[in-house]
Design a protein around this ligand. Structure first.
Ligand SMILES: C[S@@+](CC[C@H](N)C(=O)[O-])C[C@H]1O[C@@H](n2cnc3c(N)ncnc32)[C@H](O)[C@@H]1O
Length: 323
């Protein structure tokens, strides 16, 4: 069954009623831009006939206060070590950066998302990027799956590192062209969302979107076997997509993902000795006492000990059977 709850409520009051402090692993969100929703189509220069009505905009003079309110909630619900990606245009970027600076959240990267659906202009350069602010809540170990999409040794045709290229902070990902399909005003592409989700969370983690719109974050999270929660204040927008998303089959996007060719663990073929097993048990108990879940502990041990997942799980099982 899908582990997903989407609320038709403002994220500011909704998070306070429904989400506990330190409960979310990853936030990916795309707040309203504060640039007059009614004229958004002029910015995108496109046919609006299949775009769902009901987008709730924030008046420009309220945008600063609004940003502080929701970003403080985001800080509260994120787990220590949890990550947040905020997608923002440039018009009100300074309000979002200002709000972030009122919190304990720490900047990891300022990513530029370059896309091919630019605004048409005749007397200035054409805008074709968004900002993606990647932050973390300090106090825990942040998930960053280094080989989420490309193994460290994988090369492109000209011998460049595919892993390096994928982790540069300018992302070129096209918007999805969906002629004739019902869509939200600014739907984010699955490829963009999958990249953030795969690098910054693990299966079973809870992913939250505070401004669901068409629900693309929740949909992608479920498709990648994560749990999802989110908020959309507009009843019109919520009713078009949210009920179906809550019934999606978990993991439906997994088969479409590229499987990275990961480098072999450093100590893959080494036998477990009495000493290395005792070290394993000691580290396991230590991480458990820090409140980590079993899956997180195994990930940490793989990295710290240079061993594969099954090798660690089997060794732990053997130790438990001996005791
Ligand atoms: C930029 S859109 C999100 C688009 C979304 N990323 C997608 O892929 O469809 C912002 C959404 O936030 C909603 N919104 C505005 N104020 C809100 C609030 N206080 N709480 C929750 N949603 C809100 C708007 O109605 C709009 O649908």
């Amino acid at each position: 069954m899908t582990d997903c709850i989407l609320y038709n409520e403002s994220c500011i009051t909704g998070t306070r009623s429904h989400l506990k402090e330190n409960s979310v692993d990853l936030i990916i969100t795309d707040p309203p831009y504060g640039i007059k929703g009614d004229t958004l189509h002029k910015h995108y220069n496109r046919d609006e006939s299949h775009v769902v009505d009901g987008y709730v905009e924030i008046p420009e003079d309220e945008y600063g206060r609004f940003s502080i309110d929701w970003i403080c909630e985001a800080e509260r619900i994120l787990k220590p070590g949890g990550s947040m990606y905020i997608v923002s245009g440039y018009s009100n970027l300074y309000h979002i950066l200002h709000a972030l600076r009122q919190t304990s959240l720490v900047e990891i990267n300022h990513i530029i998302w370059k896309y091919n659906f630019g605004v048409w202009t005749s007397r200035k350069f054409i805008s074709s990027h968004y900002h993606i602010l990647f932050y973390e809540k300090p106090g825990g170990r942040r998930t960053f799956n280094l080989e989420a999409r490309f193994g460290a040794e994988e090369k492109s045709g000209d011998n460049g590192s595919l892993n390096y290229q994928d982790r540069e902070d300018v992302w070129m990902i096209n918007r999805e062209y969906k002629p004739g399909q019902v869509k939200n005003k600014n739907e984010l592409p699955v490829q963009l969302l999958a990249k953030m989700i795969l690098y910054s969370s693990n299966e079973g983690d809870l992913v939250c979107d505070l401004f669901l719109g068409g629900g693309s974050t929740a949909r992608t999270a479920i498709g990648l076997n994560r749990r999802a929660v989110g908020f959309e204040v507009s009843p019109a927008i919520y009713s078009v997509r949210a009920p179906d998303i809550m019934n999606l089959k978990p993991g439906f996007l997994i088969d479409e993902q590229r499987v990275p060719e990961c480098s072999a663990p450093k100590r893959q073929r080494e036998r477990w000795t009495a000493e290395s097993r005792s070290d394993l048990l000691h580290r396991y108990e230590e991480l458990k006492s820090q409140g980590l879940k079993k899956g997180e502990i195994v990930e940490r041990l793989m990295e710290d000990l240079g061993r594969g997942r099954w090798s660690i799980i089997k060794a732990l099982k053997a130790i438990a059977e001996e005791v």
